[in-house]
Design a protein around this ligand. Structure first.
Ligand code: ATP
Length: 354
């Protein structure tokens, strides 16, 4: 088990800064997600934790020991890549047992460990197969098997499910999480998939352009995004942004979107300027009595719910409503907002106004 503390971690490649002064703490046993779009610096961060890349500055503590400049071999961690290199000339059993055999573990114990790992991953029937003929999913399971079998105190995973098709990916995500809960090893997991991060993670760091936008539990990040980037990146469809200009006092609980009064969470700071009213699709209701109006321009049926796209004086708005409710293209409807769940942003900085 391992606690990992990152302090002012920075990585430059020549004149390009890939990671800018990051600080966060990964608790012992946590399933921790590094989330962000392509190129935001999440892999570089993970590689620094692994010891595959040396930080330009800053510190990495694993269980209180500063390891930032130490080689990977001294960190007792297992790295699972998306495209994990398996030994092509060995069968599945040999690939999985290799780390144990090279540690000098007795044969009977190796056999037992490999059998246990194969059972966990559901690959008992391919243990004697050659890895060259395996499907992508099975290759990935073997790769995971090889990482798990060592019982490291920490797993680092870089998009381990990225190469899998959607259905199997979901299954493996559940497997991985269940595996984690059984083994309890700290896991740091890189993904660009917000849904995967929300479903699997205990905590999430959201990165953008080498900068940490927010760090917290999935629900906090979803309910209280710190920036418009986070609000837009997390959630599908993402949060709606309605722009307006107003002078609001401390404690204000109402704002005016194009003249219509809407509820806002009570402000702790006064604000005067361009603002954005951020509201999640599920917090909008179609309500004929509401003064804020829109016209339905598209509907998307999703089973128990539907996404209704509306054209309003403030731009397009998406609402997630029950599929029982009738909404047809061309309908002119009122929209009411559950304003206590809204987030106000400063349109200049993109940061939430609390
Ligand atoms: P992806 O999901 O595409 O891998 P990422 O968020 O993991 O994205 P990184 O791989 O950490 O991003 O890369 C961050 C930035 O650093 C990118 O712009 C990348 O081109 C750059 N970068 C990464 N490694 C190097 C390197 N060895 N030399 C120069 N630039 C690099």
């Amino acid at each position: 088990m391992a606690e990992i503390v990152i302090k002012n971690l920075r990585k430059e490649f020549g004149s390009f800064t890939a990671v800018q002064s990051s600080s966060f703490k990964i608790e012992d046993g946590e399933f921790f997600m590094l989330l962000g779009p392509s190129g935001c610096g999440k892999t570089t961060t993970l590689r620094m934790i692994a010891g595959l890349e040396l930080p330009t500055s800053g510190e990495i503590y694993i269980d209180g020991q500063e390891v930032g400049q130490k080689p990977a071999s001294q960190r007792d961690i297992a790295f699972v890549f998306q495209m994990f290199a398996l030994y092509p000339h060995m069968n599945v059993r040999k690939n999985i047992s290799y780390p144990l055999v090279s540690q000098g573990m007795p044969k009977a114990q190796v056999k037992e460990k490999v059998a246990e790992v194969a059972r966990i991953l559901g690959i008992e029937d391919i243990l004697n197969s050659s890895v060259s003929g395996l499907s992508g999913g099975d290759r990935q399971r073997v790769a995971l098997g090889r990482a798990i079998v060592r019982d490291p105190k920490c797993f680092l995973m870089d998009e381990p499910l990225g190469a899998l098709d959607a259905e199997f990916r979901e299954h493996m995500a559940e497997e991985l999480r269940a595996l984690h809960d059984r083994m309890g090893a700290t896991t740091v997991y890189v993904t660009h998939d917000q849904l995967e991060a929300m479903q699997m993670g205990d905590k999430i760091v959201v990165m953008n352009h080498g900068v940490i936008e927010q760090f917290g539990a999935p629900q906090d990040i979803y309910d209280k995004p710190a920036t418009m980037f986070v609000a837009d990146f997390i959630g599908s469809p993402p949060m709606n942004f309605l722009r307006f200009h107003e002078s609001l006092d401390v404690g204000a609980t109402t704002a005016h979107l194009h003249g219509e009064a809407v509820e806002i969470p009570a402000l702790r700071e006064a604000f005067d300027g361009d603002m954005v009213y951020g509201i999640r699709p599920e917090h909008i209701r179609l309500d004929d009595a509401a003064g804020y109006r829109g016209e339905v321009i598209a509907t998307e049926y999703l089973g128990t719910t539907q996404i209704v796209t509306l054209s309003t004086s403030n731009g397009e708005v998406k609402a997630r409503i029950s599929s029982d409710q009738i909404a047809k293209v061309g309908d002119k409807v009122g929209l009411s907002f559950n304003g206590t769940t809204a987030t106000l942003f400063d349109n200049q900085s993109g940061r939430a106004i609390r």
